[in-house]
Design a protein around this ligand. Structure first.
Ligand code: AMP
Length: 249
């Protein structure tokens, strides 16, 4: 079983992003960039499946600028066998990413495409679902457990109020949720080994994919600043304030 894992280079989750003064987006220049956290979880799970003998090869793929090769090296340091960088503009739209992935799926013929449930920069939560639609494959989104049983993927999904288990015929799409696993740190020897693993670079245009943007960002704004809370002296005062100030009871 071959697994393709798309990994996106995003602003590190520890960084507090600031909105550009003209409201056209967020500042990214000079910021620490890392692998999207949900993609780390997907890489970890794919590598675990290979370590258990359920998978034979894990291929990491990123669509973006040249620097995304650092993200791919991290995926290989975590255990991916090889990587593909598809050069395009920074942060392409989910539909364009899904089309690139479809072209790669046709070339590489993986049995599973294991994505993150969402990229933390644009929070789209769309690429896996769009890819499943384009390929006509089954999908197990928001996975909190994945097992390969008799050549099928059994995916336990996080849903409102509980979990649901679906059994998917492969090839299939799986997207990783937070509780699926705790990704490993890449050790120094593995970071060194990853430098020697194969990393192929291709142009998005060579895959025949139209990367034209279809979405326009109208404006980006900071969330409203939360007002400080107050302490009340008694339950009676609390009720009075809820009734007369907040007007919620
Ligand atoms: P999104 O639909 O943008 O929230 O992203 C969902 C998932 O799609 C991510 O967790 C990645 O696995 C994958 N993905 C999105 N954009 C890219 C990209 N530019 N390169 C590689 N994978 C991506």
């Amino acid at each position: 079983m071959k697994i393709l894992v798309p990994v996106k280079r995003v602003v590190d989750y520890n960084i507090k992003v600031l909105v550009k003064s003209d409201g056209s987006g967020v500042e990214t220049s000079g910021l620490k960039m890392s692998m999207n956290p949900f993609d780390e979880i997907a890489v970890e799970e794919a590598v675990r499946l290979r370590e258990k003998g359920a998978a034979t090869e894990v291929i990491a793929v990123s669509i973006g600028v040249q620097q995304a090769q650092d993200t791919l090296r991290t995926a290989m340091a975590m255990g991916a066998d090889r990587a593909i960088l598809v050069l395009s503009e920074e942060s392409p739209e989910p539909l364009a990413v899904a089309k690139v992935l479809k072209a790669l799926v046709e070339k590489e013929k993986p049995d599973l495409v294991f994505l993150g449930k969402q990229a933390i920069d644009d929070d789209m939560n769309a690429t896996g679902q769009m890819l499943a639609g384009l390929l006509g494959w089954g999908q197990g989104t928001f996975a909190s457990k994945v097992e390969i049983v008799d050549g099928r993927a059994e995916v336990t999904r996080e849903i409102d109020g509980g979990t649901e288990t679906v059994s998917l015929a492969v090839p299939a799409i799986v997207t990783a949720d937070l509780r699926l696993n705790e990704p490993r740190y890449a050790s120094l020897p593995n970071i060194m080994k990853a430098k020697k693993k194969p990393l192929e670079t291709i142009q998005a245009a060579d895959l025949g994919v139209d990367m034209t943007r279809r979405l326009t960002t109208v404006s980006v704004a900071e969330p409203p600043v939360r007002k400080a809370g107050i302490k009340v002296g008694s339950v009676a005062e609390l009720v009075e304030k809820l009734r007369n100030e907040a007007k919620v009871i």
